[in-house]
Design a protein around this ligand. Structure first.
Ligand code: GLU
Ligand code: ZN
Length: 491
């Protein structure tokens, strides 16, 4: 059932380059919001000045826009809960932290890192839970005076309830966390800087988020956030606890968790290779979800129509580049001709293309595009497939040359040249017939006969349909390239 009250958030930290795991999270939130006719909030969690960068912030916005994942509230869009960059919300966090202290929900903790380490070590040896032991829950005024005199700067720690916390995860079902596993935790650093543990649920509360959909790696923070939420509700800051759904891990090569540092996880890589946004989103949606048992290629509109978080699977998903490519190839085929021609454009100029801009021939490109459309996996494949049309000389690929120029290529090429010269250039069939006949004269099947022609003219052993390619390149240029190949063979 549609629920227009749905408010979800995508709230990345602007560190490093966007990666596919992040996009999967953005996508599931977006699809969920759009499916329900709800609201997509985009928030930037930039409270870590040492790691956050403006460059990364720009890239996040640019990536979401490229993918078509739009937001209803957030940077550059605004909204009732602005600002949407946490670095601009510090006063809010300071204020909430003070209220939590005043209400006894949180307390100053004076323990030094060394003291904590020593106690943790001891607890471990004695087989007790090794999380924070709650020592500063009860600091007497006398102790406090001593700590202050020693110049200790306390952190602020949230007091976890002493009962277990149970919630129903939208993906995983009912989960229970016992107090031993969720000790009191820091929410503000000794410097006064608020931590993710505070700012994330505070903003979810203030922005009235109803559903938190995020990666499984954040599952352990959920009981803490639920406890904090309860305090915020008692303080009149939050209305109700959101529902949580933890999206499955994405596994990379060798069944290891796909890491941000893994080159194959970089979004920019897929963008530069020429994945279509629709193709990439289609594939990423399959990481933990499925459209139907017998269909894995679908449009974004179909995804939105069908997506619901209850259908997300808790099992780890495997990131499979080959599958992503196959799905992308399908989306390339689905484009109408004009859209395909436009989509390829970036790869028909520098830095991808080696030809001079004035050597690009739009008519030739538009003539060959339909043959390319059914053969590309990613749009960047286009450059090598059509470069023979725009380069002054075909790409010099010695390995292809050696592979194709077997037997007596000069004899074959001489015959083929003569027959091509006499052929009817208004028909690719006539060109094919010319090469076929030339082959017959030398006892070669068409496949063998066309290999040296292809390399002579295009520089490559594989490519688009040869006779259409020759026709589009034109008679004069084709014959001149065969002549050049003959001289090289004679050389
Ligand atoms: N800024 C956090 C991250 O990027 C958000 C986590 C969350 O969704 O709660 O990991
Ligand atoms: Zn302490």
């Amino acid at each position: 059932m549609a629920n227009a009250n749905v408010r979800v958030r995508f709230c990345p930290s602007p560190t490093g380059n966007p990666h596919v795991g992040l996009v999967r999270t953005a996508l599931f939130n977006w699809a969920f919001a759009r499916h329900h006719g709800g609201t997509m909030v985009f928030r930037i969690e930039d409270t870590d000045a040492a790691r956050d960068s403006e460059e990364s912030y720009r890239q996040l916005l640019d990536s979401l826009r490229w993918l078509g994942l739009d937001w209803d509230e957030g940077p550059e869009v605004g909204g009732p809960h602005a600002p949407y960059r946490q670095s601009q919300r510090m006063d809010i966090y300071r204020d909430v932290a003070q209220k939590l202290l005043d209400g006894g929900y949180a307390y100053p903790c004076y323990c030094t890192a060394e003291e904590l380490d020593a106690r943790r070590e001891l607890a471990r040896r004695e087989g007790r839970p090794s999380g924070y032991d709650g020592q500063c829950r009860t600091v007497t005024p006398e102790q406090k005076a001593v700590y202050d005199a020693e110049g200790r700067q306390p952190i602020i720690r949230f007091r976890m309830p002493d009962e277990p916390i149970t919630f129903t995860d939208l993906v995983r079902g009912e989960l229970t966390f016992t107090p031993d596993n969720v000790p009191d935790y820091g929410i503000v650093r000794a410097t006064g800087a608020p931590l993710y543990t505070l700012v994330n649920p505070v903003d979810d509360a203030l922005m009235e988020i109803t559903h938190v959909l995020r990666g499984e790696d954040l599952l352990s923070s959920t009981p803490r956030q639920i406890a904090l939420y309860k305090a915020l509700i008692e303080l009149g800051i939050a209305k109700e606890i959101p529902a949580f759904g933890h999206l499955p891990y994405v596994m990379g090569e060798g069944n290891k968790k796909l890491s941000k540092r893994d080159p194959q996880s970089s979004l920019n890589l897929y963008r530069e290779r020429g994945f279509l946004p629709e193709g990439l989103l289609n594939y990423l949606s399959l990481l933990g979800w499925s459209f139907s048992a017998d269909q894995d290629v679908f449009s974004v509109a179909e995804l939105v129509e069908k997506f619901d978080v209850e259908d997300v699977n808790a099992n780890p998903a495997r990131f499979d580049v080959k599958k992503a490519e196959a799905i992308n190839a399908d989306h390339i085929r689905r484009l109408d001709e004009k859209a395909f021609v436009e989509a390829c454009e970036p790869w028909l100029k520098a830095p991808y293309a080696d030809w001079a801009p004035e050597d690009f021939d739009r008519a030739a490109w538009e003539a060959i595009a339909p043959y390319a459309q059914t053969r590309l996996t990613v749009l960047s494949d286009i450059t090598a497939n059509v470069d023979f049309l725009f380069l002054k000389e075909p790409a010099a690929d010695e390995a292809s040359w050696t592979k194709a120029m077997k037997g007596d290529p000069a004899a074959l090429l001489t015959t083929a040249r003569a027959r091509l010269e006499a052929a009817d250039w208004s028909s690719p069939d006539s060109l094919k017939d010319a090469v076929l006949k030339a082959g017959e004269e030398h006892g070669l099947k068409l496949g063998k006969a066309q290999a040296p022609v292809r390399v002579a003219v295009t520089g490559r052993t594989v490519g688009l349909p040869l006779f259409e390619s020759l026709q589009i390149l034109g008679r004069d240029r084709t014959l001149a390239r065969i002549d050049a190949a003959l001289s090289k063979l004679a050389g």
